[in-house]
Design a protein around this ligand. Structure first.
Ligand code: WQD
Length: 333
Protein backbone atom coordinates (compact mmCIF):
# COMPACT_ATOMS: atom_id res chain seq x y z
CA UNK A 1 0.00 0.00 0.00
CA UNK A 2 0.98 3.67 -0.36
CA UNK A 3 0.72 4.89 3.21
CA UNK A 4 0.82 8.54 4.22
CA UNK A 5 2.25 8.97 7.72
CA UNK A 6 1.62 12.34 9.36
CA UNK A 7 4.16 13.06 12.08
CA UNK A 8 6.31 10.33 10.52
CA UNK A 9 9.60 11.91 11.65
CA UNK A 10 8.59 11.76 15.32
CA UNK A 11 9.30 9.12 17.94
CA UNK A 12 6.52 6.61 17.24
CA UNK A 13 6.05 7.72 13.63
CA UNK A 14 9.65 7.02 12.61
CA UNK A 15 9.64 3.52 14.12
CA UNK A 16 6.35 2.84 12.34
CA UNK A 17 7.73 4.00 8.97
CA UNK A 18 10.62 1.53 9.42
CA UNK A 19 8.19 -1.37 9.98
CA UNK A 20 6.02 -0.32 7.01
CA UNK A 21 9.04 -0.12 4.69
CA UNK A 22 10.40 -3.45 5.95
CA UNK A 23 7.07 -5.02 5.07
CA UNK A 24 6.94 -3.77 1.48
CA UNK A 25 4.75 -0.69 1.85
CA UNK A 26 5.59 2.68 0.32
CA UNK A 27 5.57 5.58 2.76
CA UNK A 28 5.00 9.28 2.40
CA UNK A 29 5.93 11.30 5.48
CA UNK A 30 4.29 14.63 6.23
CA UNK A 31 5.89 16.39 9.20
CA UNK A 32 6.43 20.07 10.05
CA UNK A 33 9.48 19.15 12.17
CA UNK A 34 8.09 21.16 15.11
CA UNK A 35 9.16 18.31 17.42
CA UNK A 36 11.35 16.16 15.16
CA UNK A 37 14.57 16.37 13.21
CA UNK A 38 15.10 16.03 9.47
CA UNK A 39 18.08 13.65 10.03
CA UNK A 40 15.50 11.05 11.00
CA UNK A 41 14.66 10.60 7.29
CA UNK A 42 18.33 9.70 6.59
CA UNK A 43 18.37 7.33 9.52
CA UNK A 44 15.23 5.55 8.31
CA UNK A 45 16.93 5.11 4.93
CA UNK A 46 20.09 3.84 6.62
CA UNK A 47 18.10 1.20 8.55
CA UNK A 48 15.79 0.02 5.77
CA UNK A 49 17.74 0.78 2.58
CA UNK A 50 14.65 2.65 1.35
CA UNK A 51 14.01 6.35 1.39
CA UNK A 52 10.50 7.48 2.37
CA UNK A 53 9.03 10.47 0.52
CA UNK A 54 9.17 13.44 2.85
CA UNK A 55 7.24 16.74 2.87
CA UNK A 56 7.96 19.38 5.48
CA UNK A 57 4.46 20.71 5.85
CA UNK A 58 1.97 21.39 8.61
CA UNK A 59 -0.79 18.83 8.44
CA UNK A 60 -3.38 21.55 9.14
CA UNK A 61 -2.35 23.25 5.88
CA UNK A 62 -5.04 21.84 3.64
CA UNK A 63 -3.67 23.17 0.37
CA UNK A 64 -0.23 21.69 1.04
CA UNK A 65 -1.77 18.36 2.04
CA UNK A 66 -3.96 18.39 -1.05
CA UNK A 67 -0.85 18.77 -3.21
CA UNK A 68 0.65 15.66 -1.60
CA UNK A 69 -2.52 13.64 -2.29
CA UNK A 70 -2.54 14.99 -5.85
CA UNK A 71 1.01 13.76 -6.39
CA UNK A 72 0.76 10.35 -4.70
CA UNK A 73 -2.00 7.84 -4.86
CA UNK A 74 -2.56 7.41 -1.11
CA UNK A 75 -4.27 4.15 -0.08
CA UNK A 76 -4.26 4.69 3.68
CA UNK A 77 -3.16 7.16 6.35
CA UNK A 78 -1.60 6.81 9.79
CA UNK A 79 -2.14 10.05 11.68
CA UNK A 80 0.44 10.80 14.39
CA UNK A 81 0.91 14.54 13.88
CA UNK A 82 -0.05 16.51 16.96
CA UNK A 83 1.23 18.27 20.06
CA UNK A 84 1.67 15.83 22.94
CA UNK A 85 3.05 17.43 26.08
CA UNK A 86 0.51 17.15 28.87
CA UNK A 87 1.89 19.98 31.06
CA UNK A 88 2.30 22.38 28.13
CA UNK A 89 -1.27 21.68 27.04
CA UNK A 90 -2.54 22.96 30.39
CA UNK A 91 -0.69 26.24 29.83
CA UNK A 92 -1.51 26.59 26.11
CA UNK A 93 -4.93 24.99 25.63
CA UNK A 94 -5.90 26.97 22.53
CA UNK A 95 -2.72 25.95 20.71
CA UNK A 96 -3.43 22.32 21.50
CA UNK A 97 -7.07 22.39 20.43
CA UNK A 98 -6.28 24.44 17.30
CA UNK A 99 -3.36 22.31 16.18
CA UNK A 100 -4.54 18.80 17.00
CA UNK A 101 -8.14 19.23 15.91
CA UNK A 102 -7.44 21.40 12.84
CA UNK A 103 -4.87 18.98 11.49
CA UNK A 104 -7.29 16.08 11.82
CA UNK A 105 -10.14 17.98 10.16
CA UNK A 106 -7.91 19.08 7.27
CA UNK A 107 -6.61 15.56 6.84
CA UNK A 108 -10.03 13.90 6.74
CA UNK A 109 -11.41 16.55 4.37
CA UNK A 110 -8.55 15.92 1.95
CA UNK A 111 -8.92 12.15 2.36
CA UNK A 112 -12.59 12.51 1.46
CA UNK A 113 -11.75 14.52 -1.66
CA UNK A 114 -9.36 11.81 -2.85
CA UNK A 115 -11.62 8.95 -1.70
CA UNK A 116 -9.04 7.58 0.68
CA UNK A 117 -11.01 5.59 3.26
CA UNK A 118 -8.47 3.96 5.59
CA UNK A 119 -7.23 5.76 8.69
CA UNK A 120 -5.29 4.69 11.76
CA UNK A 121 -5.33 7.31 14.50
CA UNK A 122 -2.80 7.77 17.26
CA UNK A 123 -4.96 7.88 20.37
CA UNK A 124 -4.02 7.36 24.00
CA UNK A 125 -4.95 5.52 27.16
CA UNK A 126 -5.64 8.97 28.59
CA UNK A 127 -9.15 8.78 27.02
CA UNK A 128 -10.17 6.32 29.74
CA UNK A 129 -10.02 9.25 32.18
CA UNK A 130 -9.68 9.05 35.94
CA UNK A 131 -12.77 6.95 36.75
CA UNK A 132 -12.50 3.61 34.98
CA UNK A 133 -11.12 0.60 36.87
CA UNK A 134 -7.96 -0.96 35.41
CA UNK A 135 -7.06 -2.94 33.40
CA UNK A 136 -8.73 -0.71 30.81
CA UNK A 137 -10.91 -2.39 28.20
CA UNK A 138 -12.01 -0.83 24.93
CA UNK A 139 -15.72 -1.03 25.78
CA UNK A 140 -15.32 1.15 28.89
CA UNK A 141 -16.43 4.78 28.57
CA UNK A 142 -13.56 6.66 26.89
CA UNK A 143 -15.03 10.12 27.10
CA UNK A 144 -13.01 12.02 29.64
CA UNK A 145 -9.51 13.27 30.19
CA UNK A 146 -7.66 15.35 32.76
CA UNK A 147 -5.82 17.83 30.51
CA UNK A 148 -6.29 19.61 27.14
CA UNK A 149 -3.88 17.24 25.34
CA UNK A 150 -5.97 14.28 26.46
CA UNK A 151 -9.20 16.08 25.62
CA UNK A 152 -8.01 16.56 22.03
CA UNK A 153 -7.70 12.74 21.82
CA UNK A 154 -11.22 12.29 23.23
CA UNK A 155 -12.62 14.89 20.82
CA UNK A 156 -10.81 13.52 17.78
CA UNK A 157 -12.04 9.99 18.57
CA UNK A 158 -15.58 11.50 18.62
CA UNK A 159 -15.08 13.41 15.35
CA UNK A 160 -13.78 10.31 13.56
CA UNK A 161 -16.59 8.17 14.95
CA UNK A 162 -19.24 10.66 13.79
CA UNK A 163 -17.57 10.92 10.39
CA UNK A 164 -17.64 7.15 10.02
CA UNK A 165 -21.34 7.03 10.93
CA UNK A 166 -21.99 9.43 8.06
CA UNK A 167 -19.58 7.55 5.74
CA UNK A 168 -20.01 3.84 6.41
CA UNK A 169 -17.43 2.98 3.75
CA UNK A 170 -14.75 4.60 5.95
CA UNK A 171 -12.48 2.60 8.28
CA UNK A 172 -10.95 4.14 11.40
CA UNK A 173 -8.76 2.29 13.85
CA UNK A 174 -8.28 4.23 17.09
CA UNK A 175 -5.08 2.91 18.65
CA UNK A 176 -4.96 3.70 22.36
CA UNK A 177 -1.35 3.57 23.45
CA UNK A 178 -0.18 3.05 26.98
CA UNK A 179 3.39 4.20 27.82
CA UNK A 180 5.80 3.70 24.89
CA UNK A 181 9.50 3.60 25.77
CA UNK A 182 12.59 2.00 24.21
CA UNK A 183 14.30 2.70 20.92
CA UNK A 184 15.28 1.07 17.65
CA UNK A 185 17.98 -1.61 17.98
CA UNK A 186 20.25 0.36 15.61
CA UNK A 187 20.46 3.16 18.20
CA UNK A 188 19.50 5.60 15.42
CA UNK A 189 15.87 6.27 16.33
CA UNK A 190 14.41 7.01 19.74
CA UNK A 191 12.60 9.47 21.96
CA UNK A 192 14.41 12.79 21.73
CA UNK A 193 12.05 15.50 22.96
CA UNK A 194 12.94 19.19 22.77
CA UNK A 195 14.02 20.69 26.11
CA UNK A 196 13.81 19.00 29.51
CA UNK A 197 11.76 15.80 29.16
CA UNK A 198 8.49 15.35 31.03
CA UNK A 199 8.18 11.62 30.44
CA UNK A 200 9.99 9.19 32.66
CA UNK A 201 12.28 7.28 30.27
CA UNK A 202 13.80 10.22 28.35
CA UNK A 203 14.37 11.89 31.73
CA UNK A 204 16.18 8.77 33.00
CA UNK A 205 18.29 8.77 29.81
CA UNK A 206 19.47 12.32 30.45
CA UNK A 207 20.30 11.55 34.09
CA UNK A 208 22.29 8.46 33.05
CA UNK A 209 24.11 10.53 30.41
CA UNK A 210 25.03 13.11 33.07
CA UNK A 211 23.00 15.90 31.44
CA UNK A 212 20.57 16.13 34.33
CA UNK A 213 21.68 15.76 37.92
CA UNK A 214 19.08 13.34 39.25
CA UNK A 215 15.64 11.87 38.73
CA UNK A 216 12.81 12.74 41.10
CA UNK A 217 10.38 9.88 41.63
CA UNK A 218 7.02 11.57 42.00
CA UNK A 219 5.64 10.00 45.17
CA UNK A 220 6.18 6.67 46.96
CA UNK A 221 3.07 6.75 49.11
CA UNK A 222 0.55 5.47 46.56
CA UNK A 223 -1.56 2.40 47.29
CA UNK A 224 0.59 0.19 45.05
CA UNK A 225 2.97 -2.68 45.95
CA UNK A 226 6.05 -0.42 46.38
CA UNK A 227 4.22 2.91 46.77
CA UNK A 228 5.27 4.31 43.36
CA UNK A 229 2.89 4.67 40.38
CA UNK A 230 2.37 1.77 38.00
CA UNK A 231 2.08 2.08 34.22
CA UNK A 232 1.99 -0.23 31.21
CA UNK A 233 5.35 0.44 29.51
CA UNK A 234 5.67 -1.05 26.03
CA UNK A 235 8.52 -1.12 23.53
CA UNK A 236 8.13 1.41 20.71
CA UNK A 237 9.02 -1.28 18.13
CA UNK A 238 6.12 -3.43 19.38
CA UNK A 239 3.92 -0.34 19.11
CA UNK A 240 5.15 0.29 15.55
CA UNK A 241 4.34 -3.31 14.58
CA UNK A 242 0.86 -2.73 16.06
CA UNK A 243 0.39 0.09 13.51
CA UNK A 244 1.51 -2.14 10.67
CA UNK A 245 -1.03 -4.77 11.73
CA UNK A 246 -3.76 -2.15 12.19
CA UNK A 247 -3.30 -0.62 8.72
CA UNK A 248 -3.29 -4.06 7.12
CA UNK A 249 -6.44 -4.93 9.09
CA UNK A 250 -8.10 -1.67 7.94
CA UNK A 251 -7.64 -2.71 4.31
CA UNK A 252 -10.62 -5.08 4.58
CA UNK A 253 -12.55 -3.31 7.32
CA UNK A 254 -15.18 -0.59 7.56
CA UNK A 255 -16.42 1.21 10.67
CA UNK A 256 -14.67 2.25 13.88
CA UNK A 257 -12.50 0.03 16.02
CA UNK A 258 -10.78 1.19 19.22
CA UNK A 259 -7.84 -1.02 20.17
CA UNK A 260 -5.52 -0.85 23.19
CA UNK A 261 -1.81 -1.30 22.55
CA UNK A 262 -0.12 -2.24 25.80
CA UNK A 263 1.49 -5.28 27.41
CA UNK A 264 -1.23 -5.88 29.99
CA UNK A 265 1.25 -5.58 32.88
CA UNK A 266 1.78 -2.82 35.42
CA UNK A 267 5.38 -1.77 36.13
CA UNK A 268 6.17 0.70 38.91
CA UNK A 269 8.50 3.69 38.63
CA UNK A 270 10.81 2.01 41.13
CA UNK A 271 10.72 -1.26 39.08
CA UNK A 272 11.67 0.69 35.97
CA UNK A 273 14.54 2.48 37.70
CA UNK A 274 15.86 -0.85 39.06
CA UNK A 275 15.49 -2.54 35.66
CA UNK A 276 17.34 0.32 33.92
CA UNK A 277 20.21 0.07 36.40
CA UNK A 278 20.62 -3.67 36.11
CA UNK A 279 20.08 -3.89 32.31
CA UNK A 280 22.75 -1.26 31.72
CA UNK A 281 24.99 -1.98 34.67
CA UNK A 282 24.96 1.56 36.03
CA UNK A 283 23.64 3.55 38.96
CA UNK A 284 21.02 6.24 38.57
CA UNK A 285 20.95 9.16 40.91
CA UNK A 286 17.40 9.65 42.17
CA UNK A 287 15.41 11.10 45.05
CA UNK A 288 11.83 10.58 46.18
CA UNK A 289 9.78 13.74 45.78
CA UNK A 290 6.14 14.74 46.21
CA UNK A 291 3.37 13.41 43.99
CA UNK A 292 2.91 15.10 40.59
CA UNK A 293 -0.49 16.77 40.09
CA UNK A 294 -2.83 14.75 37.91
CA UNK A 295 -0.99 11.39 38.13
CA UNK A 296 -3.19 8.34 38.57
CA UNK A 297 -1.78 5.71 40.98
CA UNK A 298 -1.90 2.85 38.50
CA UNK A 299 -3.30 1.70 35.16
CA UNK A 300 -2.56 -0.80 32.46
CA UNK A 301 -4.20 -2.31 29.40
CA UNK A 302 -6.36 -5.29 28.82
CA UNK A 303 -4.59 -6.22 25.57
CA UNK A 304 -6.90 -9.08 24.57
CA UNK A 305 -8.62 -7.26 21.70
CA UNK A 306 -5.34 -6.46 19.91
CA UNK A 307 -4.42 -10.13 20.09
CA UNK A 308 -7.79 -11.39 18.85
CA UNK A 309 -8.36 -8.84 16.12
CA UNK A 310 -4.86 -7.97 14.91
CA UNK A 311 -2.87 -11.00 16.05
CA UNK A 312 -0.65 -8.50 17.90
CA UNK A 313 1.11 -9.00 21.19
CA UNK A 314 3.98 -7.05 22.76
CA UNK A 315 7.04 -9.31 22.75
CA UNK A 316 9.92 -7.13 23.96
CA UNK A 317 10.92 -7.44 27.61
CA UNK A 318 11.48 -4.68 30.13
CA UNK A 319 15.21 -5.39 29.81
CA UNK A 320 15.00 -4.81 26.01
CA UNK A 321 13.23 -1.51 26.64
CA UNK A 322 15.85 -0.34 29.15
CA UNK A 323 18.85 -1.43 27.07
CA UNK A 324 17.60 0.09 23.82
CA UNK A 325 16.59 3.36 25.53
CA UNK A 326 20.11 3.76 26.92
CA UNK A 327 21.73 2.68 23.64
CA UNK A 328 19.91 5.57 21.95
CA UNK A 329 20.28 8.09 24.78
CA UNK A 330 24.04 7.70 25.09
CA UNK A 331 24.49 8.30 21.35
CA UNK A 332 22.13 11.17 20.77
CA UNK A 333 21.76 13.21 23.94
C1 WQD B 1 5.21 7.85 34.04
C2 WQD B 1 5.39 7.66 35.53
C3 WQD B 1 5.18 9.66 36.83
C4 WQD B 1 8.75 11.66 35.32
C5 WQD B 1 1.82 10.62 29.88
C6 WQD B 1 0.51 11.07 29.27
C7 WQD B 1 0.00 10.03 28.33
C8 WQD B 1 1.03 9.69 27.29
C9 WQD B 1 2.34 9.33 27.92
C10 WQD B 1 1.84 10.90 25.38
C11 WQD B 1 4.39 8.45 36.35
C12 WQD B 1 6.58 9.09 36.92
C13 WQD B 1 7.75 10.74 35.53
C14 WQD B 1 9.67 11.94 36.37
C15 WQD B 1 8.53 10.34 37.75
N1 WQD B 1 1.16 10.83 26.43
N2 WQD B 1 7.64 10.08 36.73
N3 WQD B 1 9.53 11.25 37.54
O1 WQD B 1 2.09 10.46 32.95
O2 WQD B 1 1.91 7.96 32.61
O3 WQD B 1 1.59 9.48 30.69
O4 WQD B 1 2.74 10.31 28.84
O5 WQD B 1 2.20 11.35 24.50
O6 WQD B 1 -1.16 10.51 27.74
O7 WQD B 1 -0.42 11.32 30.29
O8 WQD B 1 3.85 9.20 31.60
O9 WQD B 1 6.32 9.17 31.49
O10 WQD B 1 5.16 11.27 32.33
O11 WQD B 1 5.16 9.24 33.75
O12 WQD B 1 8.45 9.74 38.84
O13 WQD B 1 10.57 12.78 36.25
O14 WQD B 1 6.68 8.16 35.89
O15 WQD B 1 4.75 10.13 38.08
O16 WQD B 1 4.05 7.65 37.44
P1 WQD B 1 2.30 9.30 32.08
P2 WQD B 1 5.18 9.78 32.24
Amino acid sequence: MNILVTGGAGYIGSHTVVELLKNGHNTIIVDDLSNAKEEVIERIEHITGKRPYFYKIDCADKAALDAVFEKHSVDAVIHFAGYKAVGESVKKPLQYYRNNIDSTLSLVEVMEKYQCTKLVFSSSATVYGPNNPYPYKEDMPAIQSTNPYGWTKVMIERILTDYTTAHPEFSVILLRYFNPIGAHESGLLGDDPNGIPNNLMPYIGKVAAGQLDHLTIFGNDYDTPDGTCQRDYLHVVDLAIGHLKAIEYAENHTGVEAINLGTGTGISVQDLVNAFESANNLKLSYVIGPRRDGDLPAFWADATKAKNLLGWKAVHTLEDMCKSSWNFAKNFQ
